[in-house]
Design a protein around this ligand. Sequence first.
Ligand code: C2O
Ligand code: CU
Ligand code: CU
Length: 515
Amino acid sequence: MKRRDILKYGAGLGLLGTTAAISIAKDMMMGHNMPMGSGNMDGMNHHNMAGMHMMGQNDNLMPLSAMQSAQALAPLPLLKNQSSTAGEFVADLVAKKTNAPLIQGFQTEVWAYNGQIPGPQIVVTEGDWVRIRFTNQLSQPTTVHWHGLPAPSDQDGNPHDPVAPGQSRLYEFRLPENSAGTYWYHPHPHGFVSEQVYMGLAGTLIVKAKKDTVAHLPEQHWMISDIRLDKQAKIPGNSMTDWMNGREGQFVLINGQLQPNIQLNGNERIRIWNATSARYLRLQIPGCEWIVIGSDGGLLEKPLPPTDELLLVPAERVEVVLRIKRPQQHYVLQSAYYDRDKMMVKEAPVTTLLGKLQIGDQTANLPQTLRSFPVLGKATAKKQVIFSEAAMDHSNMGMGMAMLQNMFLVNGKSYEMNRMDLVSKAGEIETWDLINNSHMDHPFHIHGTLFEVISRTQNNKTQKMPYRALKDTVNLRPKERVMIQIVQKDKGLRMFHCHILEHENLGMMANLKVI
Ligand code: C2O
Ligand code: CU
Ligand code: CU
């Protein structure tokens, strides 16, 4: 039996011998001594053997009913442009601790950009200069990473460029032509990403196109995030299963609101972000269909045929319009259960209610051609990236932080800041074979550029990608192989990693040097 199966079924279903079970439990309890950010293991302390197999904090969680819900959905507040010069966006961004009244009668300590959860939305246009003066008022180093944007390597919030507590820096970059799309920003310091994001640091960013074929449609934005609160309305640290499977909070929020009431018209362009650390969203509105018109990196070439369901994995974005199939007075927006083969937990397949909708009967007038973008051409270099989980080690049944830190691997290794794992030439077209050689889903993400998915192979069946899209994040199913085509235009250091933030934090990441 492989370690993973023991992790998955052993402790959960009582198949383990008592000695082994106790040794795992003991190491889990001791896990909080390992250096992993700050205080991440707190969630573990009050777990006894009986509750061990679940490892969630279900018994100590704030009930959903404690948070106000069913309020009208509010738009995301904007980060104000302080510049009056055309083609320039200037603003201040501060990361700091703040108290948020998330639950009536409590103040929750969160870490927020400009005191806001979610962080303020940045709206800029292709060709703009972006100048963000950033100040770190946290007690840990941090960075701001511009997820998906082609920012120069030294402006992209790499873990190699931490902003120390109390320090400031300027992030400065120009948005090239054809960079319109739906992006976001979040911290990326080495060893602290999981905690800083689950404490509240993340915001959305939109790059508008100068020529936009659907500019006539009104827009609506749904940033989906989740947060975990205990009975004292505190955000607890990660448990062992959070580190293994990625952390999911019990409150799934849209624009920071629980189950809001959404007023929508059928002609609206909806941008949706999955800004959760690890939650897979299978978005459905029974009675309606989704027409996908854009992905991470902006509009597609043509609208896709309508579908009942949108799969949005952590860090992915999408642009859609709705089409009503069976008219009704009210609709619900829900996320169906997604089985991503987590370790050590047995979950009931629950559907999560995200919001209620009223949908007006206008329909979107979509052009046949949304956009054109050049075909990349023939690749002249090839790379392989293998995501894996460490093999069973019989001599060490321990499950402390040290084991976790060597568990999730890229090309057989755990991340090291100063090791260059792959080298690319700036401007060279490459195909990358992304292989998930593990039993769990992992969303692959790379910095600095957008790529196109060419094909997917699973169980020896290869499917060509049925349409073209510019992406920076793509899911890898267990044992799946995804071929992408990619060019890094600029020289410098880039990261690629699993975007389950706990996995990234544990070292499921590698460095790409572009020369
Ligand atoms: Cu959204 Cu390397 O991150
Ligand atoms: Cu990124
Ligand atoms: Cu992962």
